[in-house]
Design a protein around this ligand. Structure first.
Ligand code: PLP
Length: 371
């Protein structure tokens, strides 16, 4: 493998000692779940997000489940999201017993199309108990939150922002959580802020929401054996919190390196045959993934692989066409933008320490394979 898809080890050189010291300290204290380390991470992550509250939990999927449960969404309710996302978004909706429905994406940003959302609501608001919408800030770019919030307000919908791929992203100066009722994050190792295992967080400004999420994530309790409600076991390990605290200090620097890398790709890739990521002027795209579009995608991927360059597709099968959702009765052609984009997208190697020479090499090889 000449150029991998990502590297999780490059960033540890500078922070290895600090992380090892924290882990050793925690092993000595035998404080493995929750506790001071987790509380400190929650405070620091809330500040980073410019939010009043952050609640640590087990992973990004649980973060969505906790958010939906906390907002009272369940059996008989409908929650709207996009088909161009990782299945965790829809799994969370069905996990609380609600129905998942999709609306199409915008062809430039690949995020929820506010026009499709409105069309869907006009058609369905009378017959369905539509309670919430989950825009996904996909690939590191935030959805059009001003437009989505206007529509949500008009139809009295709750908004949960799935920010699993968008730590540090902004639109009009605001980040995930500053628009909706709740935003959720994943710290899966490959995300822009990654733990050494599974971890996640929920952010909110409302104190009642924050208290409720905290309680739900820890068996519905505030005191040790007094349970106000039934909840979940969805707590963060203190070792993960310690690692995330060390890494959080470097997140902005790493995001800036991703942005630099995206600019280099943009410079080297063919201007006419490659559709490059669309960068809104008023936004900060943090390039969790560098996704561009080419017409002969499958051929190019195969040839790049032969040359030792690893690429990805995010995601190869839209959710509405997944076998798991056959029961929903969607068919090919229901979401034309998602389906068109899906055949053309390719995710190129991307991580903060990726070198200019590597970006140039990937670009030159890719350009030479285009038809
Ligand atoms: C990674 C991801 C999740 C789920 O996060 P986990 O921590 O793996 O449970 C949810 N939504 C999106 C868009 C993701 O990319």
């Amino acid at each position: 493998m000449k150029i991998p898809f990502t590297s999780l080890s490059d960033c540890y050189k500078d922070i290895y000692d600090e992380i090892m010291t924290r882990i050793q300290y925690l092993i000595n204290t035998t404080n493995f779940i929750g506790g001071e380390e987790v509380e400190r991470f929650e405070q620091e992550f809330a500040i980073y997000c410019n939010m009043r509250h952050a609640i640590a939990c087990s992973n990004g999927t649980d973060a969505l489940i906790l958010a939906l449960h906390c907002l009272g969404i369940g059996q008989g309710d409908t929650v709207v999201t996009v088909p161009n996302t990782f299945i965790a978004t829809s799994e969370a909706i069905t996990s609380v017993g609600a129905n998942v429905e999709f609306v199409d994406i915008d062809e430039k940003t690949y995020t929820m199309d506010p026009i499709s959302l409105r069309e869907y609501l006009v058609k369905n608001i009378v017959n369905k108990r539509i309670k919430a919408v989950i825009p996904v800030h996909i690939y590191g770019q935030m959805a059009d939150m001003n437009a989505i919030m206007d529509i949500a307000e008009e139809y009295n919908l709750k908004v949960i922002e799935d920010a699993a791929q968008a730590h540090g992203a902004k639109i009009n100066g605001k980040g995930p959580g500053e628009y909706g009722d709740i935003a959720t994050f994943s710290f899966y190792p490959g995300k822009n802020l990654g733990a050494f295992g599974d971890a996640g967080a929920v952010v909110a400004n409302d104190t009642n929401i924050a208290k409720n999420i905290k309680m739900l994530s820890n068996h519905g309790r505030i005191e040790k054996y007094k349970h106000e409600i039934e909840g979940y076991n969805s707590r963060m390990d203190s070792i993960q919190a310690a690692i995330l605290r060390v890494k959080l200090k470097h997140l902005d620097k790493w995001n800036d390196l991703r942005i630099r890398n995206a600019k280099l790709y943009s410079k080297f890739l063919d201007d006419y045959k490659v559709i490059k990521p669309f960068y809104r002027d008023n936004s900060k795209h943090v390039y969790h993934l560098y996704v561009c579009r080419i017409s002969n995608r499958d051929y190019v991927r195969e040839e790049l692989k032969k040359k030792g360059i690893v690429t990805g597709i995010h995601y190869p099968i839209p959710l509405h066409l997944q076998p798991a959702y056959a029961y929903l009765g969607y068919k090919k052609g229901d979401f034309p933008v998602t389906e068109k984009v899906c055949k053309e997208i390719i995710s190129l190697p991307m991580w903060p320490e990726l070198k200019e020479s590597q970006i140039q090499e990937v670009s030159i090889e890719l350009n030479s394979l285009l038809s």
